[in-house]
Design a binder for this molecule. Structure first.
Ligand code: ADP
Length: 196
């Protein structure tokens, strides 16, 4: 059974953590555009140099760069039978690009998991992560800006996927394992079965 899934939710909702766990349980790669961009930044590649200013400011990297990157990643053999996208798409233009890309190979998304988390909780979580991991974009002012960008550019995608009947809303607050269980039951209700 193929699983083509995506995780959507504000910064700090726990998408990365859940994506790792789900990817293992489902046997499909977790593809995080944020992680891929951070690797480019670290390696100082041309793409990393182009993305840096946007990322440091908490703005979205331009769609054209992001869409090319995802097209390249999804064409790799490990994504042929399924994937779990984390942090992509995050604009309407990216939804369009993903739709096109999947249609070209006769594929379609199976489900979209929205991780719901209160802005105050996510700001607290990201403050902690700033201390632990030192991510430049976890500075409080930048976090607030990322939340605004999410509300303006990404939150509208939830309605788009709800209209397509793909949306599973899951409460992202709680123990890590508990949230994974909630995602597993929301997906089971849509016929996507695995042991969390
Ligand atoms: P978070 O979801 O916590 O904000 P991510 O690791 O997903 O963190 O993203 C970090 C940064 O990487 C974003 O603020 C943005 O600059 C860039 N980025 C990641 N994914 C995308 C995307 N799909 N489109 C544009 N920019 C992106």
């Amino acid at each position: 059974m193929s699983s083509r899934l995506l995780l959507i939710g504000p910064p700090g909702a726990g998408k990365g953590t859940q994506a790792q766990r789900l990817s293992q349980a489902l046997g499909v790669p977790a593809i995080s555009t944020g992680d891929i961009f951070r690797a480019h930044l670290r390696d100082e590649t041309p793409l990393g140099k182009q993305a840096k200013a946007y990322m440091d400011a908490g703005d979205n990297v331009p769609d054209s760069l992001t869409n090319d990157l995802v097209r390249d990643r999804l064409s790799q053999p490990d994504a042929a039978e399924g994937f779990l996208l984390d942090g992509y798409p995050r604009t309407i233009d990216q939804v369009r690009a993903l739709d096109e890309l999947l249609a070209e190979s006769g594929q379609a998304m199976d489900a979209v998991v929205e991780l719901v988390a209160d802005p105050d909780v996510v700001v607290d979580r990201l403050k902690k992560r700033a201390l632990e991991q030192g991510r430049a974009d976890d500075d409080e002012a930048v976090v607030r800006h990322r939340l605004e960008v999410y509300a303006e550019q990404t939150a509208p995608l939830i309605g788009v996927y709800a209209e397509r009947g793909l949306l599973a809303k899951v409460d992202g607050i709680g123990e890590i394992a508990e949230v994974t269980e909630r995602i597993a039951s929301a997906l089971a209700a849509r016929g996507i079965l695995f042991t969390a």
